[in-house]
Design a protein around this ligand. Structure first.
Ligand code: GLA
Length: 385
């Protein structure tokens, strides 16, 4: 059953009547370009088939009432009491979006209250942007129900603001733009400086390639310190280099300031500089019909995230090594890191071997292997019904 159907059923069951509408938005897989977004850089994500759906109706009693198929209990919040940081737990994502939209469009929005029922098949903590899927589905719903006419960049910004200021995770704009703007059959080249988004057909099917994703089972929380620390380190490195953001740096500039940066900031900055270049090289290769050649860039991205940015974990490294050893053209961790998933670019004929090799890393750890799933570019956020 789709997330949209589940959300509708949960709404009916909880509130005793059908919702006024159902909206859904997808998780994303970032093919390449990690920890570049908050450095004004480039990324190449695509929407995945897994989605989060929100069934919504206005109320008249001034309450915000939320249920989720994935969580126990009902959240019941006074619509007039919504302030920055006032909501904790999973409801901070959807209510954070309402708060962020109110910051732009006025406090009176939905003062009469809302009923929301949420269902999702995006795995949480897996580096596939379950949080952005929830934020973006909510933003689409509020935009339609409130006749707000915000564009998708504005809705993405509201999602990010919810995450930054309500949830407290200092993330960039990658996930929300990917969820709302990805074309159904292509990846999206994001220039996170201005938010420019350009569809990039990957040509994987024609090249006989598939993308596999495996959840390491090590789960992360981006509101923990590691992500924020990396972000702060990038900001300091940019200051030392005298640039507005690391987007404006290059390897020659890094070498020039090697001593002033010190070894740690040098490596952090080198990751960002080389990762931006890898995104643009990937786009060039797929546009030239050389999709098979991007494997090396994907693996180089992993090495850089592991060694220079230090956001991988041994479980992800093991998946990457196993996939490459079994014939993947390239593999890497995806998302913010400290756990989550890895992707592998695999010649279609080798899918069973690569899947088995990845499963073997879990057997070695003595834990049951999660399903290793193939993902293809899928539809962006929309109204379901
Ligand atoms: C998380 C954040 C994004 C981005 C990635 C790393 O997914 O939400 O903004 O920084 O990590 O590329």
């Amino acid at each position: 059953m789709s997330a949209g159907t589940l959300a509708r059923e949960l709404f009916l069951e909880t509130f005793g009547e059908p919702p006024q509408g159902v909206w859904s938005s997808p998780g994303r897989l970032n093919l390449i370009g990690e920890h570049t977004d908050y450095n004004d850089g480039f990324a190449l994500p695509f929407a995945i088939p897994q989605r989060t759906a929100v069934a919504v109706s206005p109320r008249s009693d001034g309450r915000l009432v939320l249920v989720s198929a994935q969580r126990q209990g009902v959240v019941d919040f006074a619509a007039s009491a919504l302030t920055r940081g006032s909501v904790e737990g999973w409801a901070a994502y959807p209510l954070g979006v309402l708060w962020a939209i109110r910051e732009v469009r006025g406090e009176h929005l939905f003062a009469e209250g809302l009923s929301l029922a949420i269902a999702s098949d995006v795995p949480t903590g897996a580096g596939l942007s379950s949080s952005a899927a929830l934020e973006c589905a909510t933003a689409l719903a509020l935009n339609d129900l409130g006749h707000l006419r915000l564009n998708r960049h504005q809705l993405a910004a509201a999602g990010r603001r919810a995450e930054n200021e309500m949830v407290g995770a200092p993330t960039g704009i990658l996930d929300q733009l990917a969820s709302l703007l990805s074309p159904s059959d292509a990846a999206l080249l994001l220039d996170c400086r201005g938010g420019e988004a350009t569809p990039v057909p990957l040509g994987f099917a024609a090249a006989g390639l598939a993308v596999l994703v495996a959840d390491s089972g090590v789960h992360h929380n981006l509101a923990d310190g590691g992500y924020a620390q990396r972000r702060a380190q990038c900001e300091v490195a940019a200051q030392v280099l005298g640039v507005a953001s690391l987007r404006d740096a290059n390897l020659a500039l890094l070498e020039e300031h090697r001593e002033r940066l010190g070894p740690l900031l040098f490596r952090r900055a080198r990751h960002v500089v080389t990762e931006n270049a890898r995104v643009l090289d990937t786009v060039r290769l797929v546009r030239e019909g050389e999709a098979r050649e991007i494997g090396g860039l994907i693996s180089a991205s992993h090495a850089s995230l592991r060694d220079d940015f230090e956001v991988s974990v041994p479980e992800l490294d093991a998946i990457v090594e196993a996939a490459n050893g079994a014939g993947a053209l390239g593999a890497r961790m995806v998302g913010g890191g400290f756990g989550g998933s890895a992707l592998a670019l695999v010649p279609r004929g080798l899918l069973p071997e690569v899947g088995a090799a990845i499963a073997g890393t879990f057997a070695a750890r003595g834990v049951p292997a999660p399903p290793v799933v193939e993902v293809v570019p899928s539809a962006p956020g929309h109204r379901d019904s």
